[in-house]
Design a protein around this ligand. Structure first.
Ligand SMILES: NC(=O)N[C@@H](O)C(=O)O
Ligand code: NI
Length: 166
């Protein structure tokens, strides 16, 4: 028997326990380059912890997930943050969970609209990238360096996302 997960809209307030929503926030605007460019300054902070750690920038090409989708595992990166920003206005799903004594609680599912990205703080439980509808490229800023930066957990119960419209 699977437990059905609701899909919530992604808002900065709802996502605050997990990290930051990366989106054009008017309160961060700095006009630069003689007024030809609008800078949305310091929307999130990339963190790379530990000796010889560095922040890197990658592209992820995510294949769309099919639904109903079973969320049977989560992961986290204890040594660094991880951000996902879709190139082009594509929606995607963000699945995160609070930590309960070293394991993830029931997942929460957020739908990121086109123009929204997310930055997971270090050690935040999340499901690997979930593109919606079509293959989507994402700009990913996270950590590289020595040490184990990946912890995974398999849920004993099965959670299901019934559907998510692209
Ligand atoms: N493995 C990898 O780099 N990606 C995952 O961490 C992810 O969150 O998609
Ligand atoms: Ni990850």
């Amino acid at each position: 028997m699977s437990i059905r997960l609701a899909v919530e809209p992604l808002t900065p307030e709802a996502f605050r326990p997990f990290g930051t929503v990366i989106a054009p926030d008017p309160s961060t605007v700095r006009m630069i380059n003689g007024g030809s460019t609008t800078r949305f300054h310091a929307l999130a902070e990339a963190e790379a912890l530990g000796p010889d750690a560095k922040v890197i920038i990658s592209l992820f090409r995510g294949k769309p997930r099919r639904f109903p989708y079973q969320v049977d595992m989560m992961e986290r990166h204890p040594l660094g943050s991880q951000s996902f920003s879709p190139l082009g206005h594509h929606p995607f799903l963000v699945v995160v969970a609070e930590d309960h004594g070293g394991t993830p609680a029931t997942p929460r599912v957020f739908r990121a609209e086109g123009g929204q990205g997310v930055n997971y703080r270090p050690n935040v439980w999340h499901h690997p990238l979930m593109a919606l509808g079509e293959e989507t490229d994402f700009l990913v800023v996270d950590r590289d360096g020595p040490g184990n930066n990946l912890e995974e957990y398999s849920y004993p119960a099965l959670f299901v996302i019934e559907e998510a419209t692209p």
